[in-house]
Structures are given as structure tokens and as C-alpha cells.
Design a protein around this ligand. Structure first.
Ligand code: BGC
Length: 420
């Protein structure tokens, strides 16, 4: 199928991902169940609508296979019946658990997609809990365990070069998942979102909101992500590309700015507390790089008695953040459709495992320089979400259901936003 579509329309990408499941007539074994802590499964209607397209446009062809293959020909064809004669080990290594996406979306979606592509493949899963050296040990353990492909979301984008170099030395391909791995020639693919755009979306939403509120030369606090995460650098760059010209024109003041080690929400709360003390509680807006840090900043401002709360940005469309947005405690988040990201990673991992030629349309020639090489890249499109478009984004995409969002303490806000 034309997975290029993902780049332009994550919602359509999600529908198509659902269609691939339907077209394959396979029931995903590890489908995430719709619970208050896990995003909902793909909407059945979206699957049915595009099933035909998905099943007729795929052209992946297996050439040779490095995976264990017990009988004749196979194709890596998306939408075809899953080949039962391939097996292999793919390691998925995620960075942390405080941000909810990894355990509730990335991992189950990846495992589900891989199961569909390769029922006999094994996923060797690890989560590093923000510990870069633990992650290196996890990579070593995965390699020792016979992993044939690594899908690595690094805690530390620079330090992970050691892991990718080790994999390369053993002939094991590496996909940099969500975060780039810097300064290594052992990175075969990078799959993520346009992360500079994420930062720009956050900053522009905040500026627009401050204008709406009639603030002149507003004072903002910036709470950036982890200094070891290359994405955090890109979010910050995107945000500054919007803020800095306004600062130069005297139309905005960045009163305090912090980098938040480990993306820790507790640390973000401390940073916000410090800022409030230093600024005598005079803060008009908060740029928080993700929903976890937004939660920390909001907790600090609530404790300091700020009412109404100034607008706060976020990222990830975490359930708690969507609820805060509806209840008016957080202004916006950035929705990154994780299913297409995880699906594309699983498909690429399967292609690398089976040494299948990846269609040019997957990356469209796009590369990202990691300091050593140009890494072929799939970069998806992020979407800004405020109260006004919760329904047409995360709900329409079935990322969260109305039932999950609209718990009793959010019910009134849900009604007002037309969700119930
Ligand atoms: C991811 C974000 C996430 C953050 C903290 C970033 O690299 O892109 O989605 O919120 O890490 O884990």
C-alpha cells in the first residue's frame, strides 16, 4: 500500500493501518484493549472503508531471506495472508515508562503489527526506564539472545551510537525509533515525526492563545525535554523559531527556560515552582514540551494558587492531558498518531529481517543526517489539538474513546465540547 499517505494525513494512515489488519483477515493477537489507560483499537468503520485499496496496492517483494524460513516462496506483502514459514527475533527497546505512550501504544501496536506480518516472529522487549547504560545492557542482551533486527528508541541519542555500532559489527540492522541515534553508521532507518514542526506547533498555539487573551509582551516559561533526547533539541528548535523573532521585536519575554532531565514530570514541577518564586507568580503562559512536563507545571501553578491557570502546551495526547484540556487546565497538546509510526517500524523491521527490498515510496528519498550518515527516514505529521478539535482528531482516530475521556469529572466539559 502507499504508506506515503501517512506523511500527509496521520488520520488516514491510521485508517489504512486498520485496513491492513482487515485485508489480512487476521485478528491481531496482541490488540490493545480499550481501557482507561490504553488507546482504543482502530475503528471498524475506517477499516471497512479502505480495505480494498490497501489490499490491491502493495508491491513489496521478498528477495532473499536472512530469517529462518522453513519452506518455499514468501512475500513481505502487506495485506496478504501472513506467511507462516518465517520466524525470527526482533528487539524492541523503548526508553521510559513515565510517559504513557510507550507501554500503552508503541509497544502493543508494534507487537500487534509484527504478529500480523510474522506470526512466528518473536519480539524481545525491553524498557530502559530512562537509564542509558541499562539500555546498552539491554541491547547487548538482545544481541546475545539472537536478535536479528533492533528497533531502538534511545534514552540518550548520542550514547546509543555505541549500541548501533555493536549491532552493525554483528550484521544486525537498526531502526532508530522515534528518536534519532546520532553519530553511528549502524542506523538503517529513522522513523519519527517532523519534530521541529512539533515544537513550532506548540509555540504558535501558545502565541495565538496569548494574543486571543489580549496579552501584550507576555511573560512565558519554557520547560523543554531531556537534554539527552535529540527530539527535545528539535522541539526546542521549532519552538524558538516561533518565539525568538517575537522576543527580538519586544512582543514576548521568555522569563525562564529549563531543560528537564529525563523528561521527569516531578522535575518539571520543581522547575515551575522555581520560576514562580523568581517571577512572583507573574507568568502568562507555559511552553511545556510534552504532557508529562505540562502536568508537572500545572501542579506547581495550582499549588501556588494561580487562577485562572495560564495557557500551557503539551505533546502526546495522553489521556490525562486530553481531560485537562477539556477541563480548561491545559491549553493544547500535540497528537502524534502512534499506530502508523509503530506499524511502519514493524513493517521495516520485518523487511530488514527478511531482506526484502523496501519500496522507494516508504521514505520517498527522505534522509536525516545523524552526524555520520544520511539515514533513510519516514517522518509523519503531527497535529495540534485544543478543546475545539479533540473530537475530529483523537476521538475520530479512536486513539481515545469518548467513554475513556469522559469520566464523571470531565462529563460536563465533554457535553460542552460536543463529545457526549
Ligand atoms: C517523544 C515524545 C515523548 C518524550 C518523552 C520524545 O522523544 O517524541 O513523544 O513525550 O520523548 O518520552
Amino acid at each position: 500500500m502507499n504508506r506515503n499517505l501517512y506523511r500527509w494525513n496521520p488520520l488516514l494512515g491510521l485508517a489504512l493501518a486498520g485496513a491492513m489488519v482487515l485485508a489480512g483477515c487476521t485478528q491481531p493477537a496482541a490488540a490493545p484493549t480499550a481501557s482507561p489507560t490504553s488507546p482504543a483499537a482502530a475503528a471498524p468503520t475506517a477499516q471497512a472503508t479502505v480495505a480494498t485499496t490497501a489490499s490491491t496496492t502493495t508491491t513489496r517483494q521478498a528477495t532473499t531471506t536472512g530469517a529462518t524460513q522453513t519452506s518455499a516462496a514468501t512475500t513481505g506483502q502487506t495485506g496478504a495472508a501472513a506467511p507462516s514459514n518465517i520466524s525470527g527475533k526482533i528487539a524492541l527497546l523503548l526508553p521510559e515508562t513515565k510517559t504513557t505512550r510507550y507501554e500503552t501504544a508503541d509497544r502493543p501496536y508494534f507487537e500487534q503489527k509484527l504478529k500480523q506480518l510474522c506470526p512466528n516472529c518473536q519480539v524481545l522487549y525491553s524498557n530502559a526506564n530512562q537509564d542509558a547504560s541499562a539500555q546498552l545492557s539491554q541491547v547487548e542482551a538482545a544481541l546475545a539472545n539472537g536478535a536479528q533486527v533492533l528497533v531502538l528508541d534511545p534514552v540518550d541519542s548520542a550514547a546509543a551510537a555505541t549500541a548501533a555500532d555493536k549491532a552493525k559489527a554483528q550484521g544486525v540492522p537498526v531502526i532508530a525509533y522515534d528518536r534519532l541515534i546520532l553519530n553511528s553508521s549502524g542506523v538503517n532507518y529513522y522513523i519519527s515525526f517532523d519534530n521541529v514542526r512539533v515544537g513550532a506547533l506548540q509555540a504558535q498555539s501558545l502565541v495565538d492563545r496569548l494574543n486571543q487573551l489580549g496579552k501584550t509582551n507576555p511573560r512565558i516559561v519554557m520547560i523543554n525535554g531531556s537534554p539527552t533526547d535529540n527530539n527535545a533539541k528539535l522541539f526546542k528548535q521549532g519552538a524558538h523559531s516561533v518565539f525568538d523573532p517575537l522576543v527580538q521585536q519586544g512582543k514576548l519575554t521568555i522569563a525562564k527556560e529549563y531543560d528537564t532531565p529525563d523528561w521527569s514530570p516531578d522535575q518539571a514541577q520543581n522547575e515551575m515552582q522555581q520560576a514562580l518564586t523568581a517571577l512572583g507568580n507573574k507568568v502568562d503562559g507555559v511552553y511545556a514540551a510534552n504532557d508529562g512536563t505540562a502536568g508537572g507545571a500545572i501542579a506547581a501553578m495550582t499549588a501556588a494558587g494561580l487562577a485562572p491557570l495560564p495557557p500551557v502546551t503539551g505533546q502526546d495526547a495522553e489521556l490525562a492531558a486530553i481531560q485537562r484540556i477539556l477541563n480548561g487546565q491545559q491549553y493544547m497538546t500535540v497528537y502524534k498518531a502512534i499506530r502508523p509510526e509503530a506499524d511502519a517500524a514493524a513493517q521495516l523491521a520485518f523487511d530488514l529481517l527478511t531482506k526484502t527490498t523496501v519500496p522507494q515510496s516508504v521514505t520517498n528519498g527522505k534522509t536525516t543526517n545523524n552526524g555520520k550518515i544520511d539515514v533513510p527516514s519516514v517522518l509523519l505529521t503531527p497535529v495540534a489539538v485544543t478543546k475545539d478539535n479533540v473530537k475530529s482528531t483523537v476521538v475520530a482516530d479512536n486513539f481515545w474513546t469518548v467513554q475513556q475521556i469522559c469520566t464523571s469529572d470531565v462529563a460536563a466539559a465533554c457535553k460542552a465540547a460536543g463529545l457526549q
